[in-house]
Design a protein around this ligand. Structure first.
Ligand code: HAM
Length: 435
């Protein structure tokens, strides 16, 4: 037998039961972002490798060891996108979206990183990203945090904690880096291998080292907060004060530095304890220098991305069951004549009953096996058309979910029956989240 071909490690199929749950969450996200005035942008999945090297940074895990990079048939060096911010900036510059105007954009789709797969960490994963351009003040920082907070409220998730930090501006960060290197060099022999390698190239990343001994050293390291100038401090204080007045609780986490190089000033992550080591659901911050670094004007920017797999896992963990799609009816057909008549009847129902979810049986199965399939499909009603029904110009309707007597109605009354039926179900169907 031929060897079976399997999915690539760290890349998963999303089966119908899950896609439906994802769609509900995605719909909720779409509603929230559009209520805040954000518009969707769709970028290619493949870009020139150079784009990611220049934006995410040469000395980052992503660029050093996680990108899926290849040469295409022209010899161009391309990469599957490991994240969306770089592509979004590239697209916004290229399409002239940033000339003396503000932009509120969002995107969704798969990202690719060759990481070590584990629960909550995949090689193909899905992000929803939100990016805002042209707004230098802290008001937009608050807006994005409010937006995420609204989303958690809408999804009825209370288990996320906001971690907040500031990385200051370029000069402030440069001074801070110098002091941090000086401090860490004193303990060089105690640092782990990765941290030693980063000491000169990317010392800030040492702050979020997972190595316990390095973590101990970092406890007493100088803090970025004491290197902030007047403006940067005011920016950060404004955010903290407004979050307090909005009752959005947060934790100032001076070790929060993010794994991508383009950040400045505000950085934030929404984390949960429910998912073990992969507890960051949503993360982002300001990246004021990136647009000009990639050849655009000097346009301030801020954004975040959330991981869909992790978000759906949190919803599962807290026991929020997202009701699966309910079909209204399964059309059981006995005999050739019934099959022929069913095409027109089904068409009429789909044309005249808005939103009807109807499965019409296909295949030559017995009544019994069709009935079993109707039950398994989750449909609420079985519509039955056999010889007797055809003779009387009727359809029998059996409720598959509740105790009720089977009824028969005239075929010409079927549309009215379902219009009434859908009207009565309206309230039930809008309530998609069930505790
Ligand atoms: P990031 O922190 O690399 O930021 O990723 C954002 C989120 O994507 C993470 O918090 C996590 O939920 C999810 N994620 C990342 N890697 C994986 C993975 N291997 N498997 C599953 N989920 C994952 C960015 O990507 C930035 N572009 C965010 C941003 C937008 N900053 C400004 N604008």
């Amino acid at each position: 037998m031929e060897k079976k071909i399997q999915a690539i490690r760290g890349m998963h199929d999303l089966l119908p039961e899950d896609t439906y749950r994802w769609q509900i969450v995605e719909q909720c996200i779409r509603t929230v972002v559009s209520c805040f005035g954000y518009q969707e942008i769709r970028m290619p999945i493949v870009e020139y490798t150079d784009l990611f090297q220049r934006s995410i940074g040469e000395v980052t895990d992503i660029v050093e060891k996680e990108m899926y990079t290849f040469q295409d048939r022209n010899g161009d060096k391309l990469s599957l996108r490991p994240e969306g911010t770089a592509s979004c900036v590239r697209a916004a510059i290229e399409n002239g979206l940033l000339h003396n105007q503000t932009q509120r954009l969002w995107y969704q789709g798969p990202m690719f990183r060759h990481e070590r797969p584990q629960k909550g960490r995949y090689r193909q994963f899905y992000q929803v990203g939100v990016e805002a351009y042209g707004m230098p003040g802290p008001d937009i920082d608050i807006e994005l945090i409010q937006l995420t907070n609204d989303l958690w409220k809408k999804l009825e998730i209370n288990e996320l904690k906001l971690h907040l930090n500031t990385l200051g501006n370029l000069n402030e960060r440069a001074k801070y880096k110098e002091e941090l290197i000086k401090y860490l060099k004193k303990f060089k022999e105690k640092l782990d291998e990765d941290s030693i390698r980063r000491l000169d190239s990317n010392p800030l990343r040492i702050l979020d080292s997972k190595n316990p001994e390095t973590q101990n050293l970092i406890e007493d390291a100088p803090s970025m907060l004491s290197f902030l100038g007047k403006d940067s401090r005011a920016h950060f204080n404004f955010i903290c004060n407004e979050l307090e007045s909005l009752n959005i609780s947060y934790l100032v986490d001076t070790h929060l530095v993010r794994g991508l190089d383009y950040y400045s000033h505000t950085v934030f992550e929404w984390k949960t304890d429910l998912l073990g080591s992969q507890g960051t659901i949503c993360a982002g911050g300001r990246y004021d220098g990136l647009v000009s670094q990639l050849g655009g004007q000097d346009v301030p920017a801020i954004g975040f991305a959330l991981g869909m797999e992790r978000l759906v896992s949190v919803i599962d963990k807290i026991g929020k069951r997202i009701e699966n799609l309910k079909f209204d009816a399964y059309f059981i057909l006995v005999g050739d004549e019934a099959k022929k008549r069913s095409f027109k009847i089904s068409q009429e129902l789909r044309d005249k009953v808005p939103g009807i979810r109807l499965i019409t049986h296909c295949g030559d199965n017995s009544f019994k096996s069709q009935f079993k399939r109707a039950d398994k499909s989750g449909a609420k009603l079985a519509l039955i058309m056999g010889e007797d029904e055809l003779k009387n110009g009727e359809i029998s309707i059996k409720n598959l979910r509740e105790e009720a007597e089977q009824i028969s109605i005239k075929i010409e009354n079927l549309v009215d029956f379902f219009i009434e039926y859908k009207k009565n179900k309206e309230g039930e169907e809008s309530n998609e989240f069930v505790s």
